[in-house]
Design a binder for this molecule. Sequence first.
Ligand SMILES: Nc1ncnc2c1ncn2[C@@H]1O[C@H](COP(=O)(O)OP(=O)(O)O)[C@@H](O)[C@H]1O
Ligand SMILES: [Mg+2]
Length: 362
Amino acid sequence: MKIGILGGGQLAYMLSMAASPLGLSTLCYEPAVPACAARVTDVITASYTDVEALRAFAQQVDVITFETENITPEIFSILAEEQHKFAPHQNALLVAQDRLLEKNCLNQLGIATAPYEAVDSLASLTEAAHKLGYPCVLKTRRGGYDGKGQSVLRSDEDLSQAFASLGSQPLLLEGFVPFSMEVSMLAVRDQAGTVKTYPLVANTHHQGILRESSAPFEHSALYQQAVHAAQKLLDHLQYVGVMAIEFFVVNDQLVANEIAPRVHNTGHWTIEGAVTSQFENHIRAIAGLPLGDCSARGYSYLLNIIGEEPKLQPLLNIAGLHYHTYGKAPRPQRKLGHVTLCHDDPLQLEKMRKQAQALIGV
Ligand SMILES: Nc1ncnc2c1ncn2[C@@H]1O[C@H](COP(=O)(O)OP(=O)(O)O)[C@@H](O)[C@H]1O
Ligand SMILES: [Mg+2]
């Protein structure tokens, strides 16, 4: 069986490595050169507007999944002429691609979010800001990632500049959520509809980019809320594969922030820290195989390598540290890799965390 992956970045790279032990191969489709996944699998290098190349890709694979969220309905319809199996179904991506559809979907299902208003002019922005109050967060409805395409508004004076910089496209204004922390849940649903969930993960961001994740974040009431939300959402979307849901924690209540219809950076620790990694479970789900156990093996800490890579030698002297480079050219604010630390004893893990942070320069 050959799995087609739209995108050839680090997620496709880690998905491909997870497919191999199961005897499955992957073929990626990626416009950018060099593609991270090319280190371990075949990649078709072509633009997303190249109809012939898209068709050739679809003909060669048994199912199509994606690691990037920038796949348009037009691309799906070209692919569907040759290959009808998409997992997850493209509808899940269409919802997750648009922050307005995403928030509407969550609210329909009774999953709490920040209050929000669609905005398409300076007048509607002003009205929405007065309704939601300051501070509030203006975001592009589509295409934002790693904190890009958003701006925190603190008073009327911020409105026109924020609208000038983002307003060439449809926007969403959100009330600012006074969260105490951010957590995420990785969940996976198989073709028969079974949903399994990983433990909650506690996340910290720096300049809009995920910096670190710790798992499991043990809080049974929040975990139950997250499981409930994940079950409803994945069932509603008839979802197949891994999905991530990001939440804010406000007074022991979860407020959903956004969903990612794919494997997710806050789940990278599962490669070493869970019985079955998010990558393997995504592959299992889309290939029609039984899901693996999502339990954590001890405690894990994930630290992203951002902008430049550290010296490997001293880091690898930390027992229990796993280094993952994505083999990408260094660039400020770019995710180049991650380290995962695992230990049965949280106090030992804390010591290892400090050593790794000192070497990586956090
Ligand atoms: N409504 C909000 N209230 C408070 N903080 C927010 C809000 N929306 C986003 N943030 C902060 O910005 C980060 C990035 O926003 P997010 O919507 O997750 O976009 P991205 O797609 O870039 O990850 C969040 O993880 C959170 O720290
Ligand atoms: Mg986010």
